[in-house]
Design a protein around this ligand. Structure first.
Ligand code: NAD
Length: 288
């Protein structure tokens, strides 16, 4: 295992979608060898293309670790089976779709493919990390590493601990986060972790204020931008994230944390009308 302040020498990433390719790109840029696992050859090729594209764009921005040619460096490869994860991996990050059974199955297969000292991490944004840990033989070596989209430019990783996560595992994950040039926050596993829970509380209250006619969306957003220095108001942010995505998280937190996360009727109505925000051209704002 590499020292905690250096990037992990060898990283596996399971799932080469939006988040997985961002995570792979970030570790590659920091100097790690990265193996991405996808479910078939076509998906593996798409993942490698996305990583090459991301590294080229990073080079254009003048960021560290960019590769101007658009070629994927030799140290980034893609495979189609978990069994092909490198046995000497220091870290394996799972970033497949939000399906607990799928994640548990892939994480237990990864645990069999790598050595005993490898740290396993999930990038889940809402599933209980503690329940995923229960499927593993070495839950002490497991935690949530919640990256943010777009990973290569986002500054934060939420490290989510279960009661089993060891101090050594946390120290390693914290050092690797630092090696990526990102800042960590450490949270105990609980619904919505820190980021989604607080962000959603603000977003839902802003929707209720529109519903009650307290103010127009623009006024509510401006109050938070200028009064509290938020880079973007909670309603515009809801449009950018997607009203459907926020409703799904609200439903989950309502179930697990109680009435204070009950989704406002206006949010449900807008989702039912297909007003999902930026991606459909209309949310709380028009997006021509
Ligand atoms: N998108 C975000 O903003 C965001 C932010 C933080 C966390 N997350 C979490 O990250 C995870 C991935 O999200 P995403 O947005 O990258 O999804 P995505 O759909 O873009 O990517 C998932 C990838 O997993 C691959 N996959 C599916 N089954 C597989 C298997 N059996 N083996 C290998 N690969 C397989 C898919 O082909 C796909 O490329 C989810 O848990 C999500 O909640 C997403």
């Amino acid at each position: 295992m590499t020292s905690a302040s250096a990037p992990p020498a060898v990283v596996g990433v399971i799932g080469g979608g939006r988040m997985g390719t961002g995570i792979a790109q970030s570790f590659a840029a920091a100097g790690s060898s990265v193996v991405v696992v996808e479910h078939d050859e076509a998906a593996a090729a798409v993942a490698l293309d996305r990583i090459a594209d991301g590294l080229r764009r990073a080079a254009e921005r003048g960021g560290p670790g960019g590769f101007a040619t658009g070629e994927v460096p030799d140290r980034v490869t893609a495979v189609t089976s978990i069994a092909e994860l490198p046995a000497d991996a220091d870290l394996v990050v799972e970033a497949v779709p939000e399906d607990a059974a799928l994640k548990a199955r892939l994480l237990t297969a990864a645990e069999r493919a790598v050595g005993e000292r490898c740290v396993l991490a999930t990038n889940t944004s809402s599933l209980p990390v503690t329940e995923l840990a229960a499927a593993l033989k070495r839950p002490g070596r497991f935690l949530g590493m919640h990256f943010f989209n777009p990973v290569p430019v986002s500054a934060l990783v939420e490290l989510v601990l279960t009661p089993d996560t060891t101090g050594e595992t946390l120290t390693a994950a914290a050092g690797w986060t630092h090696a990526l040039g990102k800042q960590k926050v450490v949270v105990q596993d609980s619904p919505g972790f820190a980021s989604s829970r607080l962000g959603l509380a603000l977003g839902l209250e802003a929707v209720r204020m529109v519903e009650e006619g307290v103010a127009e969306p623009e006024a509510i957003d401006t109050a938070m931008r200028l009064g509290y220095r938020h880079p973007m108001g909670p309603l515009r942010l809801t449009d950018v994230v997607g009203l459907d995505v926020r409703l799904a998280i609200a439903d989950h937190l309502h179930k697990t944390l109680g009435e204070r996360f009950a989704p406002p009727a206006l949010l449900r109505e807008k989702v039912a009308r297909g007003e999902l925000g930026r991606k459909t051209g209309k949310g709380f704002y028009p997006w021509p």
